[in-house]
Write a protein that binds this ligand. Structure first.
Ligand code: ATP
Length: 136
């Protein structure tokens, strides 16, 4: 069975949406197989977002994630990597379809693209790498 890493980002935790996000994951039929609340340190975030290093949004994104805590969730299911990204909706909550996590709860304000509630791995390779990073 495929596995993915889901993170409830600091805005999702602060807005008390962790339960709602887990509810949607389970309602879809996926299984939560491990879960932890983490106060992320800079080195973990730099490794997690290595592919974005040097982009204009990188430093503000790491600073936002450092506000923590985040909820890290190991989720299993058939095609769960693709499936969770559909549940999450597109990166920019303004453009995310209603019915998705970002479409339903993302706020239309200046930092909406950065503070978009959740992260989900985007491939088998990144899922393996990210699960190793957040669950030792
Ligand atoms: P994730 O990988 O977190 O599930 P994603 O694949 O939808 O999100 P990426 O393009 O991989 O988006 O960007 C990673 C994260 O970086 C986004 O979720 C968002 O928090 C932030 N980000 C991306 N683009 C921007 C931007 N233009 N401005 C601010 N933040 C951004």
């Amino acid at each position: 069975v495929e596995e993915t890493l889901v993170l409830v980002k600091p805005d999702g935790v602060a807005r008390k949406l962790s339960g709602e996000i887990i509810r949607r994951i389970e309602a879809k039929g996926y299984s939560v197989v491990d879960l932890r609340m983490v106060q992320p340190e800079r080195s973990r975030l730099e490794a997690h977002y290595a592919e974005h290093q040097g982009k204009p949004f990188y430093e503000p994104l790491v600073a936002f994630m450092l506000e923590g805590p985040v909820v890290a969730i190991r989720v299993a299911g058939d095609r769960v990597i693709e499936g969770f990204r559909v549940l999450a909706g597109t990166t920019d909550p303004t453009l995310a379809a209603p019915g998705t996590i970002r479409g339903d709860f993302g706020r239309d304000w200046g930092l909406a693209v950065q503070q978009n509630l959740v992260h989900g791995s985007d491939s088998v390779e990144s899922a393996e790498r990210e699960l190793g990073l957040w669950f030792d």
